[in-house]
Design a protein around this ligand. Structure first.
Ligand code: 1CP
Length: 351
């Protein structure tokens, strides 16, 4: 049934009645309903409570015309089960008390099964899919990519220059390989279990891959990311690879083998598609900052993206990165509606 949904059809490059839309980080602080829940509990408490996770996941689905939901969780929670002491600090973001600094730290990391380390995450997917399936809306399961997760685990939080991460990569290649292999094992299991629990598609977030040169990406990172994608595709659901800042190495990105490539706004969608190849679906690519602009500007730039997609099957409208806190809710609502209206009309014209 969900294979007939716009979103899944577009992932498979089948024709659709209107371009599907969802927004990365569509559940979050810009929504008053979300702030209300977070006023009562911490980020980790919310993630560890399957009913709360379900309720937050459904908030944007109930508020806007979206064609897919993404489970409320975080890319960093799998690190906890591996032995990393993670917390989310208010106003600062993720913080790790015991970052990986030595090869011994890497050897000490556990490789737990998702069913043991993240039972709440799988239960949240079961509860959410039970609500969404009758409504015909697919649920996206996700994980972080090995490089992006390693960067948090090694730096201890967000980073500007990734000094320690690259330092480990260059100076301790054998330990780096062991770390990447452990992450691929943990993440492959997590993705497979998410599909078993009811996820209809999988997205791999490689938010910081753009910090790498094409050489480093190919040599130190891509083999592991490719392996993760290959493992994920065995679950027979579409796999989306998302990254930012990678527009100068989209050929390398395409070679990772995902069904859908998510691109940011630093590249024209039509050029990105040319590089990636017409045998792949493409997701993107409005600058999330545009949602703060007057509607005429949002509309003009959304029109431009749709024109670049050119009505070809396999376009999923999204942002190039997550919705920012403070984004006007009305613009999010209006944009989702507008994409549907505009592309439904386009199809009639084409007929
Ligand atoms: O709708 C959704 O997408 C919600 C589910 C979700 C997802 C897919 C959350 C909830 N986080 C993520 C992925 C995630 N987490 C990524 C990849 C996507 C991206 O690049 O935006 C990354 C890098 C993280 C790490 C993380 N978690 C950050 C970024 C810090 C940095 O280094 O810049 C932050 C601030 C968090 C906390 C977090 N996770 C999710 C939310 C809604 C929040 C904010 C918590 C809050 O303030 O209430």
């Amino acid at each position: 049934m969900l294979s007939e949904s716009r979103f899944i059809k577009a992932c498979r490059r089948e024709p659709v009645d209107a371009t599907p839309v969802w927004f990365m980080r569509q559940a979050g602080r810009y929504m008053p309903e979300y702030r209300e829940i977070r006023g009562r509990m911490s980020m980790l408490e919310a993630i560890r409570n399957p009913e709360v996770s379900r309720d937050i996941t459904l908030q944007p689905i109930n508020a806007f015309q979206l064609d897919a939901a993404i489970i409320f969780a975080d890319i960093l929670t799998p690190l906890i089960g591996m032995g990393i002491d993670l917390d989310f600090i208010k106003g600062e973001g993720p913080h790790i008390e015991n970052p990986l600094r030595t090869t011994r730290d890497i050897d000490m990391l556990g490789v737990p099964a998702a069913a043991e380390a993240l039972p709440f995450a799988l239960e949240a997917i079961r509860l959410t899919a039970a609500e969404l399936t009758p409504r015909g809306i697919p649920l996206i399961g996700f994980c972080g990519a090995p490089f992006t997760l390693a960067s948090y685990a090694i730096e201890g939080g967000g980073s500007r220059n990734y000094e320690r991460t690259k330092g480990m990569m260059y100076a301790e290649p054998a330990a780096w390989k062991r770390l990447m292999d452990k992450l691929v094992t943990v993440l492959s299991d997590l993705l497979a279990r998410q599909v078993e629990a009811g996820a209809s598609a999988l997205q791999i977030f490689d938010s910081w891959a753009g910090a790498l040169s094409p050489y480093d990406f190919d040599r130190y990172v891509a083999p592991y990311t490719r392996q993760l994608i290959e493992n994920a595709r065995k679950s027979n659901v579409p796999v989306i690879y998302f990254s930012t800042g990678t527009s100068a190495m989209l050929d390398e990105v395409a070679r990772l083998g995902s069904d859908v490539v998510s691109v940011d706004w630093r590249v024209r969608l039509d050029r990105a598609w040319q590089t990636i190849g017409s045998d792949r679906a493409i997701q993107g690519n409005l600058d999330p900052l545009l949602l703060f602009a007057p509607w005429r500007e949002v509309q003009a730039q959304a029109d431009e993206i749709l024109a670049q997609a050119g009505g070809r099957p396999g376009h999923i409208f999204n942002l190039g990165h997550g919705i920012l806190p403070g984004t006007p809710v009305e613009t999010v609502a209006r944009l989702a509606e507008y994409i549907h209206e505009k592309t439904a009309r386009l199809e009639q014209v084409n007929l």
